[in-house]
Write a protein that binds this ligand. Structure first.
Ligand code: HEC
Ligand code: HEC
Length: 228
């Protein structure tokens, strides 16, 4: 786990620049078909573009074309609850999610999205089939499982499954967590616990008494939970 890793700065711009020079090889390597429009990021301000096209041309660079990102820096969106995705995109757009990677990566991307585009992107990613996380497949954390299922009664930590569902499949605005990257979840739990970067959610209270070892254990377990 390395939270100090510097994320690539605005890779979609890099891609556009490379596209103009390097052509199809780079485009193919990152799974985007064709390279006819070197300034694709402009498409974000065009509400007429189909969400699936925006997803393939813009979001895929970080979140994966089908929302099953492989890099732990980028949260998985496949099968995520539509309501939750919608709410988060609106939070980024309204600058209400102020953790550093939130503003560095998602504020600009969400800036010009209309409510309809947001609803379309949320529907698109929520319908992609979530894959189990290869990083979690063989890992077992009994401590993490116990926290997920029962909470920590002595420390007033509520069971995660009470809101996120017994299979961490999520419900409504409670996000799906099964198979999410451990690094991403650790980072978010520390944002909830230690900062005001994601204000106004029950997670502040839930994480208040969680120590770092418990954070690691529960996220290790959740990452290993099967996608379906
Ligand atoms: C340059 C990389 C990049 C691109 C391109 C990108 N994202 Fe993100 N996205 C991120 C990062 C990094 C985060 C995590 C932010 C944080 O830690 O707060 C994120 C978070 C999110 C979240 C919140 C997920 C969660 O579990 O809370 C949603 C929803 C999202 N992105 C949707 C999109 C959509 C839709 C697009 C395309 C229009 C897109 N992103 C394009 C990097 C990117
Ligand atoms: C009372 C309901 C509730 C309980 C119990 C709960 N959560 Fe949450 N959790 C939420 C809500 C609501 C959100 C979305 C927060 C937001 O909108 O920013 C969330 C968000 C999260 C996120 C961020 C997901 C993402 O994609 O960014 C993680 C990780 C998480 N919870 C883990 C846990 C863990 C681990 C536990 C148990 C120790 C737990 N939660 C217990 C309601 C709950």
């Amino acid at each position: 786990m390395n939270h100090a890793t510097k994320l690539p700065s605005k890779p979609w711009r890099v891609r556009a620049a490379r596209c103009a020079i390097g052509g199809a090889i780079v485009a193919a390597a990152i799974g985007v078909s064709g390279c006819t429009n070197p300034e694709r990021s402009r498409d974000l301000a065009n509400p007429g573009i189909n969400p699936a096209v925006t997803a393939a041309q813009v979001c895929s660079a970080c979140h994966g074309a089908d929302g099953n990102s492989s890099s732990p820096n980028f949260p998985r969106l496949a099968g995520q609850r539509a309501e939750y995705i919608e709410e988060q995109l609106k939070n980024f757009r309204a600058h209400q999610r102020i953790d550093p990677e939130g503003y560095e990566y998602m504020w600009g991307i969400s800036r010009n999205l209309t409510d309809d585009q947001i609803a379309g992107l949320a529907a698109y990613f929520s319908k992609q089939t979530p894959q189990s996380n290869p990083a979690g497949a063989k890992v077992v954390s009994d401590e993490g499982k116990a926290i997920f299922e029962n909470g920590i009664p002595d420390k007033q930590v509520t069971a995660c499954q009470a809101c996120h569902g017994p299979k961490a499949e999520g419900l409504g605005a409670f996000p799906r967590l099964a198979g999410q990257h451990q690094d991403y979840m650790v980072k978010q739990l520390l944002v909830f616990r230690d900062t005001e970067g994601r204000p106004g959610t029950p997670m502040k209270q839930i994480t208040h008494n969680l120590d770092r070892k418990e954070v690691n254990a529960v996220t290790l377990y959740v990452q290993s939970m099967p996608a379906n």
